[in-house]
Design a protein around this ligand. Structure first.
Ligand code: ME8
Length: 661
């Protein structure tokens, strides 16, 4: 039987249009879904919208619309954007749909049957943030404000039903221990375990409101409109989206086929508390199987700042694609793929990233126009010019690039399996760049001039085979470009049949196949910042694009420019020499909320042992870079120009993560 793979994204609040953050998670899920389809698996990919939130009703009111009319419009906008971005979801669940409402009621009933005392009536009194839809304790609020968004919280007392989350700590900890693959990436797992160990509190799972799913049990002391707390409702989408709650035989079959989810992909904001604690506890209470894995990805800032409506820096995916079209002259589909590529190449999946337009255009020019686009164009032009536009016969003579592919494919596959997209793309680009170098070295134009026909055919055949393999490897990331490469090779009718296992099969293209007219894939675009073009070069420590301008162009920087640096006190918890690099140490540092790995060029001056326990200063928002195979998530500050003379430390102890300003 085919292996099934059920993957989900969060369902997004429809209080606003999709932005680059929600697109990021959805594209990630699309990449994974497409990859698993290429592996031949029976994939179900669910996304959707979270519509019962009070903030959604409030946004509708601000727009002078009835909530249902408002959510209908926005849910459509989400679907339109996902369509433009080639998101291959299998179903789109909306929490105002009848199928979901029925599922929530059934789920609550199932809990009361399976775990009779887990849901109980009481009163809720606490601090509530309407914007975040979350209750906070006295300790959690900060100066009367929400710890997440900084908005004023309200003291609320009302009859409510509770979910006895406190009784699940032991069960959850045992589950994490027995299923280490459940919490991913690893560093987020530590956070979850300490959160649960610190003791869980029962959660109010109802609200008094008119907008939402009516709670199916009546409260002994209330006749008010009690609805299901939006998170308790929203999480159930992962069940209702695959048929739970319906008695139709095909829905029952679908649910049995796909549950439990293989991967819930979510951002770090909703990882620990909701997806790794509350959700598994709800499932245990209902007697349902638990998901196989919850992966918490990082967040994007925009040019050094948190993305927010009030700052006016929210990036809408379709507007960004249109901007790329107008700056570079590429098609809309290529622009979409450029964004898809950039988001997953630029930053290791799981870590935070800083979206800088300069880097987007630098990568567009270097990786897409110069490397990939150029390769495809050159090969197809040469096939037309030198051998009549037909795929030459396969021969045993060639093999250099095939050898390279055979070496790299296991690495690429491993990276894909581990959701290490940046590493996978980096290895794929090794193939692209090696192929360009192969063309330079074998100089087909020279072979043609000298009439060395067999060699010429062999070289071009090998290059065509590499292009067809690239089309497969790129298709999860850049589906329309991958198809376009196949189309220009004359192989669009074959493309759908290609699977991941075919990457290393070099008979994908039939001998004599006619290639099509080559067309430029990525025209070279405008660079936003001068210093940025080198910044996309492989493997080097990259500086923020603004740095070059300010330090080279002017003696002073403004206070705002300085504020873009995120400097933090960090404690070294582990240090070791990087093998084969005498100057480099790999440090693991505690930043309070997370642990980071940092590569520092200080090995000749400082021994690993003397660093452990020291509090140092980290530039925390430097774009991560891969150095000697290690992803460095920041830079340690030291005095000295050519070599580090002393490390920057603090004159007294402060908690790890303290901001330095
Ligand atoms: O939380 N960078 O919905 P939401 C990267 N409805 N990803 C980002 C991001 C950023 N700056 N901003 C948002 C909700 N995201 C609930 C979910 S699920 C049962 C209910 C992404 O509209 C990220 O994946 O606030 C985050 O988890 C999600 O959007 C939150 O979307």
């Amino acid at each position: 039987m085919r292996r099934k793979f059920y993957i989900t994204t969060p369902i997004y609040y429809v209080n606003d249009v999709p932005h680059i953050g929600t697109a990021y998670c959805t594209i990630a899920a699309d990449i994974i879904a497409r990859y698993h389809r290429l592996l031949g698996e029976d994939v179900f990919f669910l996304t959707g919208t979270d519509e019962n939130a009070i903030k959604v009703a409030r946004a509708a009111q601000e727009h002078g619309k009835h909530p249902q009319e408002f959510v209908d419009e926005l849910a459509q906008q989400f679907q339109d954007v996902w369509k433009a971005f080639n998101i291959s979801y299998d179903d789109f669940i909306r929490t105002t749909q009848q199928r979901h409402r029925m599922a929530v009621v059934k789920f609550i009933e199932q809990i009361t049957r399976h775990s009779p005392d887990v849901i109980y009536p009481s009163y809720y009194e606490g601090w509530y943030c309407v914007f975040e839809e979350t209750f906070y304790t006295d300790e959690e609020i900060v100066d009367g404000k929400c710890p997440e968004c900084g908005r004023q919280v309200q003291l609320v007392r009302e009859p409510a039903f509770y979910f006895r989350l406190s009784s699940f700590s032991e069960k959850l900890l045992r589950f994490y221990e027995e299923h280490p693959e459940f919490l991913a990436p690893d560093f987020r797992g530590h956070e979850v375990i300490s959160f649960v160990r610190s003791g869980l509190k029962d959660v109010a799972i109802t609200r008094v409101s008119k907008w939402g799913i009516p709670f199916p049990i009546s409260h002994p002391e209330s006749e008010g409109h009690m609805v299901v707390y939006v998170w308790f409702d929203a999480l159930v989408n992962y069940l209702s989206g695959i048929g739970y709650g319906s008695d139709e035989p095909e829905d029952v079959e679908k649910f049995n086929r796909y549950w439990p989810a293989d991967l819930h992909l979510v951002g770090k904001d909703i990882y620990t508390r909701f997806h790794c604690t509350m959700w598994p506890a709800m499932l245990i209470a209902a007697g349902l199987e638990l998901p196989r894995c919850v992966f918490g990805h990082g967040f994007w800032n925009i040019e050094g700042e948190k993305m927010s409506k009030s700052k006016g820096n929210v990036i809408e995916p379709v507007s960004l694609a249109n901007e790329i079209v107008s700056r570079t002259g590429c098609t809309f589909d290529r622009a979409v793929d450029a964004i898809r590529y950039f988001l997953f190449r630029e930053v290791s999946f799981g870590l935070d990233g800083d979206f800088q337009r300069a880097n987007l255009y630098a990568r567009f020019n270097s990786d897409l126009a110069n490397d990939l686009g150029n390769l495809v164009q050159r090969v197809l032009v040469m096939v037309r010019r030198f051998i009549g536009g037909k795929v030459p016969p396969l021969s045993d003579a060639c093999g250099e690039l095939r050898g390279l592919l055979s070496e790299l494919v296991p690495t690429i596959t491993q990276a894909m399996d581990g959701y290490e997209f940046s590493q996978a793309l980096s290895a794929i680009w090794e193939v692209v760049r090696s192929s360009n170098r192969f063309i330079e070295r074998r100089a087909p134009w020279q072979l043609s001039k000298e009439g060395r026909r067999q060699e010429l055919q062999d070289v071009l055949r090998e290059l065509l085979d590499v292009l067809s393999s690239l089309a497969i490897m790129l298709s999860p990331f850049m589906p329309s470009t991958a198809f376009e490469i196949a189309r220009q090779m004359g192989a669009c009718h074959l493309f759908d049949g290609w699977r991941w296992e075919h990457i290393l099969r070099f008979d994908k293209l039939p001998d004599g196949l006619s290639t099509s007219e080559p067309q430029v894939l990525f025209p070279k675009g405008e660079i936003v910042h001068a210093g940025a073009s080198q910044s996309a070069q492989e493997g080097e420590v990259r500086k923020a694009a603004c740095e070059g301008e300010t330090t080279m162009g002017a003696q002073y920087i403004t206070i705002d420019e300085f504020k873009r640096l995120d400097l933090r006190a960090v404690k070294v918890v582990h240090a070791e020499q990087i093998q084969g690099a005498d100057k480099l140490l790999k440090l693991e540092v505690d930043m309070g909320t997370e642990r980071r790995t940092v590569v520092a060029g200080i090995a000749q001056e400082f021994a690993p042992e003397e660093l452990i326990g020291k509090t140092l200063v980290l530039v925390a928002n430097l774009t991560p870079a891969k150095i000697r195979g290690v992803i460095s998530q920041g830079m340690i500050l030291a005095a000295g120009e050519d070599k580090p003379l002393a490390l920057v430390t603090l004159d007294r102890e402060v908690p790890p993560g303290t901001k330095i300003s």
